[in-house]
Design a protein around this ligand. Structure first.
Ligand SMILES: [Zn+2]
Ligand SMILES: [Zn+2]
Length: 355
């Protein structure tokens, strides 16, 4: 037993033609095979709504259906699906063409290729990685770019193009897609509607050529060696007019002469005299954020780490900053002179006395 066509579309018997069209459009989109991953119950619903729409959208068939129900005379065994499928699909295309071309166009996107993704290695100074580059770092890269000889048309200048025979210059073709016919970008002319008769000599009609370009890359503060940045759209240009590829930048940070970085913390070695360690002193420590004075308390052991809060590397994508650790080491006198020897011998004698 076939379901009631009005119930299928969720309409009352007195629904207007506009209501029928609106209700069908909504349901067809809901149950479209593209949206349901080939779910068989959705496909059955899709066919059911299509059949209901075929009948109710045709005034003559509708009045027959209203009078006789599914047993209308001349409807071959109670079916109304006698309308030629070609006619039906043509009508559906006119109703949905744009929508499926844009929203459902999985196939369409395959034809217009994205430009190639590119990978580069970027070497940064220690400070550049720590603080980032607010104005962007200019990098020279070789990438597919618009051919300047033909301005990206792919054709020899002053040689006219011919109209594409596949789409008749429309740039779009209608193809069978599952149950539906949908419009797609013409694969022959890539949607331009024109065919190049004499390809540009510089790019061989590819519209793009490999060129050295300068790209400005924003370096976020706190980046570290081995991290990869993605610069959207900074890769190669698509020869089909699709989106450009992306640029992937692998970061390599150069070592610093006096700083070592561990995550967001920075370490530096400070040579300090034995007497200052024993007696206590004030020492100036160089940090990424400038010199900082620290107090070394009396009897500080060699190898002690003095923590300078917030003087390290900014934390990536965060307002926080790591710390600086000054590692205190005993400085050796440059020369062990007679005087130094005498003083230290005296001290050594004293140290033994107090054992
Ligand atoms: Zn074409
Ligand atoms: Zn060219």
């Amino acid at each position: 037993m076939k379901p009631d066509y009005y119930k299928v579309l969720g309409l009352a018997k007195d629904a207007s033609t506009a209501d029928i069209k609106k209700a069908y459009r909504k349901l067809a989109l809901k149950y479209h095979p593209d949206k349901n991953d080939g779910n068989p119950s959705a496909e059955a619903k899709f066919k059911e709504t299509a059949e209901a729409y075929q009948v109710l959208s045709d005034p003559e068939k509708r009045s027959q259906y209203d009078r006789w129900g599914h047993n209308a005379p001349g409807s071959m065994g109670g079916g109304f699906s006698a309308q030629s499928h070609d006619d039906f699909f043509r009508e559906m295309s006119s109703m949905f063409g744009d929508l499926f071309g844009g929203g459902f166009g999985r196939n369409q996107q395959r034809q217009v290729r994205k430009g190639p993704d590119l990978n580069i290695k970027l070497v940064l100074e220690f400070e550049e990685a720590a603080f980032g580059t607010r104005t962007g770092k200019n990098v020279q890269i070789k990438r597919p770019s618009i051919c300047s000889a033909c301005g990206g048309s792919g054709s020899e200048p002053n040689v006219p193009l011919t109209t594409c025979g596949t789409c008749g210059g429309q740039g779009r073709v209608i193809v069978q897609h599952g149950m539906m016919q949908i419009t797609q970008t013409c694969p022959h002319c890539s949607g331009t509607g024109k065919i190049i008769t004499k390809p540009c000599k510089t790019c061989n009609g590819r519209r793009v050529v490999e060129k050295i370009d300068t790209v400005s890359i924003d370096i976020p503060a706190g980046i570290h060696s081995g991290q990869r940045l993605r610069v959207q759209g900074a890769g190669g240009l698509s020869p089909d007019g699709g989106n450009p590829g992306d640029l992937y930048v692998t970061i390599h940070v150069l070592p610093h002469a006096s700083f070592r970085r561990e995550g967001t913390d920075v370490y530096s070695d400070i040579d300090i005299s034995y007497s200052k360690l024993v007696l206590g002193s004030s020492v100036e420590v160089e940090t990424l954020h400038g010199p900082v004075k620290i107090n070394v308390p009396p009897r500080t052991r060699s190898g002690s780490k003095m923590r300078l809060r917030g003087k390290g590397v900014p934390v990536l994508n965060s307002p926080d900053t790591g710390d600086h650790y000054a590692v205190l080491n005993v400085a050796m006198p440059p020369v062990v002179s007679v005087e130094v020897k005498a003083l230290l011998s005296e001290l050594e004698g004293y140290m033994q006395d107090i054992k």
